[in-house]
Design a binder for this molecule. Structure first.
Ligand SMILES: [Cu+2]
Length: 125
């Protein structure tokens, strides 16, 4: 095998590894919420066939505001529930709906649609 052939082969293998990593590689640890001037940790969540992002990372001891925006008409996602906080919110299509949560101890707090089909979670560190 000449040096050129070897280089091409290596590049091919690297490209394949890159593609495999892109599709099957480890997912990130979620999206970290930003801190607003009012002291809330805030994140936007798009509701469309699921929650994007579906993992939101916040710090313990600070209140959280999650802003949901539903961009679909599927009835499935018209409500979002936070069982751990005893909270629920209706999500009219195309409107931003803020859900405020109290400062929480470190842990994972799930949220889901009214039927329990769509899932996301708030990770408090
Ligand atoms: Cu549902």
């Amino acid at each position: 095998m000449s040096a050129d052939q070897l280089a091409v082969t290596l590049l091919g293998l690297i490209a394949i590894a890159g593609i495999a990593w892109f599709f099957w590689g480890p997912r990130g640890d979620g999206v970290k919420a930003g801190l607003t001037s009012s002291g809330f940790q805030e994140a936007m969540i798009l509701v469309k066939g699921g929650y994007t992002p579906d993992v939101i990372v916040v710090e313990s001891g600070k209140p959280v505001r999650l802003e949901f925006r539903r961009e679909e008409t599927a009835a499935c996602s018209e409500q979002v529930l936070f069982p751990d906080f005893g909270k629920a919110a209706d999500l009219p299509e195309g409107e931003n709906v803020a859900v405020e949560l109290p400062p929480s101890a470190p842990g994972e707090y799930g949220f889901e649609c009214g039927m329990g089909m769509l899932h996301g979670k708030l990770v408090v560190r």
